[in-house]
Design a binder for this molecule. Structure first.
Ligand code: NI
Length: 176
């Protein structure tokens, strides 16, 4: 049964997975914040919480627009047209993605990141943080650039990961 929120029925979308071309396509900037866009954001939150996940980018539900939603346990937030404007340090962390279900890889990224974008009112917002927050910002902006976390793996590990994913897609191997 669909959840109800502000009297509006929300929808849970199927999450696109590895191999879907939308995940490799750079998303289009949002130039107008419409009612339809607000509705899309509601549906993205619903889909993210249902998964469950801590972040979801619009291409993951097949919408090639520069929007992500997130909640790392400090409350929900949305970013429209986000850009990473500062990073520092390094941090290796076991990272996963709703579009590559059941897989985790240790990935090194900046330890701190700051992102600037717009909220649903069209006001500028800045989110920043170390560790999980910094990781989330970098991971979601990558999605909007058409990049999955596999692209961040060292070459040799990436080749092996791609081989495993392709074999699983062909049914030659079962997922753990
Ligand atoms: Ni992801």
């Amino acid at each position: 049964m669909p959840a109800r929120y502000r009297g509006v029925e929300m929808a849970i979308f199927p999450i696109r997975t590895f191999g879907d071309p939308v995940l490799r396509t750079p998303a289009e900037p949002v130039d107008d914040i419409t009612n339809a866009l607000e509705r899309l954001v509601d549906d993205m939150f619903e889909t993210m919480y249902d998964a469950p996940g801590v972040g979801l980018a619009a291409p993951q539900i097949g919408v090639s627009k520069r929007i992500f939603v997130a909640d790392i346990g400090e409350g929900p937030f949305v970013m429209i047209n986000p850009e990473i404007v500062a990073t520092s340090g390094e941090w290796a962390y076991e990272e996963g993605c709703l579009s590559v279900p059941g897989k985790w890889w240790e990935i090194e990224r900046a330890g701190f990141a700051r992102a600037r974008g717009l909220d649903l009112d069209g006001s500028e917002v800045v989110y920043e943080g170390e560790e999980l927050m910094g990781r989330l910002l970098q991971h979601e902006v990558d999605h909007l650039d058409g990049m999955l976390l596999i692209e961040r793996l060292p070459r040799r590990i990436k080749k092996q990961a791609l081989r495993e994913l392709r074999d699983e897609a062909l049914g030659l191997r079962t997922a753990d």
